[in-house]
Design a protein around this ligand. Structure first.
Ligand SMILES: NC(=O)c1ccc[n+]([C@@H]2O[C@H](COP(=O)([O-])OP(=O)(O)OC[C@H]3O[C@@H](n4cnc5c(N)ncnc54)[C@H](OP(=O)(O)O)[C@@H]3O)[C@@H](O)[C@H]2O)c1
Length: 257
């Protein structure tokens, strides 16, 4: 779909790049010439993904918990030593559990906010300090979620992602003169490994509530990530782009009771 040398000589970090949407993003960047670093908590899974992705290009796997700033510092040092730079950061790592808001424990709430909001910020700030500011150049794509009508049953994650979208607006302004662009993609329901974390009663028949009557694909999210990261997206910053088959405008919400 994109020219095979579109990201030649570019270095990309995809958090959560060992599975699902993140793995598809890593693959498309590799297919278009980038060197790609993928990082997440489950060392074996991220390493196995790198073995598969190596068929498409130059890929490195690293263990990382985005909630741990010390681990992020170590990762930045490893990438500096392997590749010397990061041009594009994709904050894709994230997760949540379905629950009515009233039933969420303090621990559960904090865990979801810590991963999806704080973790995203910790990685972004580290990449900016180590690479984007000194380079006077950088691109960030944050994968959030479709919280256009709120997200009944996912209040914690919807709030965290709203924080990321708003943070993206602020940073787009604060960092524009540093040559740094940041945007968010808000996917609707995507046919991805992430859906395996939910009981079948939550995921049965999701397509019927979506105007396009199908789920999105990981490759569709990846293609938009590449567009936003490329010179085609050069005048876009601070935006949140929805990719949801029209779901935010019509249809039943995710079942949560
Ligand atoms: N699938 C959908 O319908 C959908 C819709 C909207 C938004 N999203 C968002 O899109 C992103 C990717 O989702 P997916 O469907 O591809 O699900 P997934 O396969 O579960 O991907 C989530 C990735 O994040 C990593 N991760 C989670 N917590 C982490 C942490 N603390 N530190 C580092 N890595 C962490 C996971 O790896 P480890 O477990 O190894 O850490 C995993 O690779 C997520 O942020 C998800 O919430 C998905």
């Amino acid at each position: 779909m994109f020219q095979t040398d579109l990201f030649k000589n570019k270095v990309v970090l995809v958090t959560g790049g060992g599975s699902g949407i993140g793995k598809a993003i890593a693959k498309q960047f590799l297919q278009t010439g980038a060197t790609v670093h993928i990082a997440s908590r489950k060392k074996e899974r991220v390493e196995q993904a790198a073995i598969e992705l190596a068929a498409y290009g130059n890929v490195y796997a690293w263990p990382l918990d985005i909630r741990e700033p010390e681990q992020i510092e170590l990762l930045m040092a490893e990438i500096a030593s392997r590749s010397g730079r990061i041009d594009i950061l994709v904050n894709n790592a994230g997760g949540q559990f379905p629950s009515a808001a009233i039933d969420i424990s303090q621990k559960g709430w904090l865990a979801v906010i810590n991963t999806n909001l704080n973790g995203t910020w910790f990685v972004t700030q580290a990449a900016a300090k180590h690479f984007f500011f000194p380079q006077n150049h950088g691109v960030v794509v944050n994968i959030v979620l479709n919280n256009f009508r709120g997200f009944p049953g996912m209040s914690h994650s919807a709030a965290a992602r709203a924080g990321v979208s708003n943070l993206t607006q602020t940073l787009a302004v604060e960092w524009a003169d540093k040559g740094i662009r940041l945007n968010c993609i808000a996917p609707g329901i995507i046919q991805s490994s992430g859906l395996d974390n939910y009981p079948p009663e939550f995921t049965n028949d999701l397509a019927s509530s979506i105007p396009m009557k199908r789920l999105g694909t990981v490759d569709e999210v990846a293609a938009l990530t590449l567009f936003l990261s490329s010179p085609m997206g050069a005048y876009m910053t601070g935006d949140t782009i929805y990719m949801d088959g029209g779901a935010r405008f019509w249809g039943d919400n995710w079942k949560y009771e």
